[in-house]
Design a protein around this ligand. Structure first.
Ligand code: SF4
Ligand code: SF4
Length: 224
């Protein structure tokens, strides 16, 4: 053996005698994973909204999301640790963390169940329709002649309003079943030749209407 090779061999032997072993005492001593190593996927299940974006983006179909059962499951044996699901998760509740799966005898999923969402508060009773600036509930208003008494005690004189507005207010207050303003209005309409004068002061020229319509209008207004 050449002299130079003997010298190299002796040098390596002496160096290894006085240096630490190149191997690690794993698993007796836990291993330190390098920063940003691609280990396995972890989930903050409380933040998951079961949107399935992770499952749809997973190239191996390792993730299963059950929206009804509120579960999120991963088959770690199928996971490539590519990190697509982490990127796609809108709630940022998936993380690629160091550490590899423990060896298992069979391929199985690891499932997480998220807490059920809090029940929605009961729907607030719908706001009572307002009528003519009043905040009272329509069902509680009462009608006495032309005077409406609101639930809050305020009164409104309907005689100040034209018939159409009056009918509209009564309808909003749920009092349109009460003595019909329409009938009342119709009774007050008058006919002068071909001109009908309505209680609200408006006039209608019947001569412009076809005969059939003219008859209908007169009947409707109680003028025939
Ligand atoms: S890291 Fe990749 S392979 Fe693993 S579950 Fe996420 S998307 Fe699928
Ligand atoms: S993408 Fe995120 S929020 Fe959506 S189901 Fe997956 S883990 Fe849950």
């Amino acid at each position: 053996m050449p002299k130079t090779r003997i010298m190299a061999f002796t040098w390596s032997t002496l160096k290894n005698l006085f240096s630490k072993p190149a191997t690690k005492n794993y698993p007796a001593e836990p291993i330190k994973y390098p920063e940003r190593s691609r280990g396995h996927i972890e989930i903050d299940i409380e933040d998951c909204i079961s949107c399935s974006m992770c499952a749809r983006s997973c190239p191996t179909g390792a993730i299963t999301v059950d929206r009804k059962e509120l579960t999120w499951a991963i088959n770690r044996f199928d996971c490539l640790a590519c990190g697509y699901c982490v990127i796609k998760c809108p709630k940022k509740c998936l993380h690629l963390v160091p550490g590899y799966q423990t060896p298992e005898g069979e391929k199985k999923e690891v499932s997480f169940k998220r807490p059920a969402p809090a029940p929605k508060p009961a729907a607030a009773p719908s706001a009572a329709p307002k009528a003519a600036g009043s905040a009272s509930a329509p069902g509680k208003a009462t009608l006495n002649g032309d005077i409406v008494t609101m639930a809050n005690g305020k009164t409104m004189d309907l005689s100040k309003f034209p018939a159409e507005k009056k009918a509209e207010i009564l309808k909003k207050l749920g009092l349109d079943a009460a003595p019909a303003p329409k009938a009342e209005a119709e009774g007050k309409a008058t006919l002068e030749g071909d001109i009908v004068r309505l209680p609200n002061g408006k006039t209608m020229d019947l001569s412009k209407l076809p005969e059939a319509n003219r008859e209908k209008v007169l009947q409707k207004l109680g003028l025939k």
